[in-house]
Design a protein around this ligand. Structure first.
Ligand code: UDP
Ligand code: MN
Length: 237
């Protein structure tokens, strides 16, 4: 047991003791080969979540195989695993986005709520209004209504736009905090290989969502390891 973060219980979990939380928040972080980023994110996130007096758990969704990275599928599997622990609010969180502001509420007051609206690498401006990438919070109801993420996008790009199209197809609004609040710093990393099929794949997003997502997910039970600051879910995609 480390002496830092003494309030955090095994598995990266915290329950406030002086108030009754409205929600149980699961933070889901897709991960492979970004150890430094993960350390920095955890060091920043735990204190913020504690100060917000949320009941929360942090899950690191590690892609254990060497196949092309599949962020959407990791999120779907992580969602179903976290749901077993009775969470009600799910925050899909890139490992390299560090919140700059305590007022970015990591809950589901609205759903879907796009949290990473103002990122330094985009000069703290939302690049386009449908953007749902980076960090976003969803309640069970809306997330299952859109059938979760697509399982079909691998490598870089497309899966977050596909999710936007799912929200539009279901006539859901994307909510955000003010630009001055929802600020993040993106840690530096190399560009991952681009998904060259993404434009073609995005052409049928509006209809494909019904048959591609949580409903079509086939996966082997992931290995679950509970460390002090997070629960590691090791996934073969
Ligand atoms: N990711 C990862 N390892 C990889 C590729 C992606 O852990 O090799 C995760 C990580 O959480 C990252 C997210 O997927 O923040 C999105 O990928 P990336 O940061 O490369 O996308 P970009 O910021 O360029 O859109
Ligand atoms: Mn990134």
């Amino acid at each position: 047991m480390e002496f830092r973060f003494i309030w955090v219980q095994t598995g990266g979990h915290y329950t406030p003791t002086r108030c009754k939380p409205r929600e149980r928040v699961a933070i889901l972080i897709p991960f492979r080969n970004r150890n430094n980023h993960l350390r920095i994110l955890l060091n920043n996130l735990h204190p913020i979540l504690y100060r917000q007096q949320l009941e929360y758990s942090i899950y690191v969704l590690k892609q254990a195989d060497e196949k092309p990275f599949n962020r959407g599928k990791l999120f779907n599997i992580g969602y179903l695993e976290a749901k077993k622990d009775n969470h009600t609010c799910f925050v899909f969180h890139d490992v390299d986005l560090i919140p700059e502001n305590d007022h970015i509420l990591y809950g589901c007051v609205r759903s879907p709520m796009h949290l990473s609206r103002a990122v330094n690498t985009f000069n703290y401006k939302l690049p386009y209004k449908e953007l749902l990438g980076g960090v976003a919070a969803w309640k069970t109801r809306e997330f299952e209504q859109v059938n979760g993420w697509s399982n079909l996008f691998v490598n870089w790009g497309g899966e977050d736009d596909d999710l936007s199209y799912r929200t539009i197809a279901n006539k859901l609004s994307i909510f955000r905090f003010r630009n001055s609040v929802a600020r993040y710093t993106m840690l530096e990393h190399r560009r991952t290989p681009v998904n060259t099929a993404r434009h073609r794949q995005l052409q049928d997003s509006y209809t494909r969502y019904k048959i591609d997502g949580l409903s079509s997910l086939v996966y082997e039970s992931p290995r679950i390891q509970r460390y002090h600051l997070f629960t590691m879910v090791s996934i073969n995609t």
